[in-house]
Write a new protein. Structure first.
Lengths: 364, 121
């Protein structure tokens, strides 16, 4: 990534010198690769953003108008909840959040029942970032399609891990981040839309085309991109896509799930460790959230970090309603996230560390 | 116990509360952390410790509190996990056990360091 950037690290498409042309080609090629990767109909509707939150803000603020209604879920990250709440507080929209069941899954019928005549869109996560449960978005997509309501998914936890096909899943759009299972760097993400989506720009400025006009470029992708793109991030995504395609994302997911089973089984032997989410991990991504009884999640995270060299994400995971429903608010939990480079030795070391920590609170 | 809430303010998403501790009116956040680290004194530490169930701070607990205060005064921020471990020469597991509220709500709060609320929410 850095090597390529050193060769063409300029503003893509601005100017006719060779490096600017090569950089623009890199951007265009990456759009095409991403469109193919997500089964999207039009590479020009692959919009680069800073991250998934940026993509979701662009989507919601660009699409929603006064009087619109939105259906979403209580599983969402603040990247969806806060833009929706912001628009609601400004009196622009109304929204309903569908609950999830004891195992962490949303019922597609609940979403269908929440759709009103003024429902502009449905938006939901593909997998919970707290529970790891993969949501039935294909079924929701089919039902929404029958009702003529577009479904958008927040694929922050699944892009690069679960094959997604916008066309066959009836998805109007996908928001993703580069730095999770896509294996890219931080600061790059994207919003991919189908051709039917009507959306207004939320940022205005230089696009490198139609510069004479004071009206922002109306055609995609420039319509939704203003200013110089994050070329280093785009190169990173391009390179990581090549790696993912070479390894095969289904194979990566299978490996992660084998390791997750090992971790889950290990945790289940400790009576002072509470595991959140389903016992059956068949529709799951490689993450698990737990708590050690009598210890704050933050302290568990600090101990794992300093005493055992294990980095975890503790707290509310920017998903306050999930923790509210789990009864773990306001302290949250400790999330262990696996990746393609996690090994059995890593899992065993984690279990040994947690055994040591849990024993200190096991007074019975 | 020196605990008398006088009034509550709201600043953004953070609730602040004035309390009288050791004869002084001191501003706390909603999780009981000092709003202004400079309001800390040993008397405040003793009062906060008492509230968390520590009748008398031990020498080991004072050593942790003084390390946190000194580190904060010198660096302008709380120590990282690895700084805590190397600076105190104890495991964080032992540190957690040393205070009833653990590392953050125990040691750090009693030492009057700011609430690291941005780290985990």
């Amino acid at each position: 990534m850095v090597e390529i950037y050193l060769q063409m690290g300029v503003s893509p498409g601005r100017g006719s010198y060779d490096m600017a042309v090569e950089a623009e080609e890199m951007v265009t090629n990456t759009r095409q690769k991403l469109a193919h990767f997500f089964g999207a109909p039009d590479p020009d509707r692959v919009i680069f953003t800073n991250n998934a939150t940026d993509a979701l803000n662009l989507l919601l603020q660009g699409m929603l108008k006064p009087g619109d209604h939105v259906v979403s879920t209580r599983l969402e990250h603040n990247s969806v909840l806060r833009p929706l709440n912001h628009l609601h507080m400004k009196g622009i929209i109304e929204y309903d959040l569908v609950p999830f069941d004891a195992n962490g899954f949303v019922d597609p019928c609940d979403i269908l029942r929440s759709i009103r005549t003024n429902t502009k869109l449905v938006i939901m996560c593909h997998a919970s970032n707290v529970l790891g449960t993969i949501q039935p978005v294909q079924e929701v997509g089919r039902l929404c399609s029958e009702r003529g309501v577009p479904l958008f998914i927040d694929a922050a936890q699944t892009a690069g891990l679960i094959p997604i096909n916008m066309k066959s899943w009836f998805l109007a759009g996908v928001a993703f981040t580069g730095h999770k299972s896509m294996l890219g760097p931080t600061g790059i993400g994207g919003l991919i839309l189908n051709q039917e989506v009507e959306i207004e720009p939320t940022h205005f400025g230089g696009t490198g085309v139609d510069s004479k006009s004071l009206v922002h470029t109306p055609s995609f992708p420039h319509r939704l991109e203003a200013g110089t793109l994050n070329l280093l991030g785009i190169i990173g995504i391009s390179e990581s896509l090549a790696f993912l395609l070479h390894e095969g994302i289904e194979a990566i997911h299978r490996r992660e799930m084998d390791l997750l089973h090992r971790l889950h089984d290990g945790f289940s032997h400790f009576k002072t460790i509470n595991i959140y989410g389903p016992k059956n991990l068949s529709d799951h991504v490689g993450l698990i959230t737990v708590n050690v009884e009598g210890m704050s999640p933050e302290d568990v995270g600090s101990i794992l970090d300093a005493d055992f060299g294990i980095a975890v994400r503790e707290g509310l995971h920017c998903a306050p309603l999930v923790h509210e429903s789990l009864g773990t608010s306001p302290k949250g939990g400790v999330r262990f996230s696996l990746g393609p480079f996690t090994t059995e030795e890593d899992i065993d070391a984690t279990l040994a560390a947690m055994a040591t920590i849990a024993r200190t609170k096991d007074c019975c | 116990m020196n605990d008398s809430a006088t009034h509550t303010l709201e600043a953004g998403d953070v609730h602040q509360k004035f309390r009288t501790i050791a004869g002084r009116e001191i501003l706390f956040d909603k999780q009981g952390f000092l709003w202004h680290p400079e309001d800390w004194s040993e008397e405040v530490a003793v009062a906060l410790a008492l509230e968390s169930g520590i009748e008398a701070l031990s020498n080991d607990q004072w050593r942790v509190i003084r390390f946190l205060r000194d580190y904060f005064a010198y660096h302008g921020r709380a120590p990282l996990n690895r700084d805590l471990k190397s600076g105190l020469n104890i495991s964080l597991m032992d540190l957690e056990s040393l205070f009833p509220g653990g590392i953050r709500h125990g040691a750090r709060r009693i030492a009057g360091l700011p609430n690291p609320r941005a780290c985990t929410g």
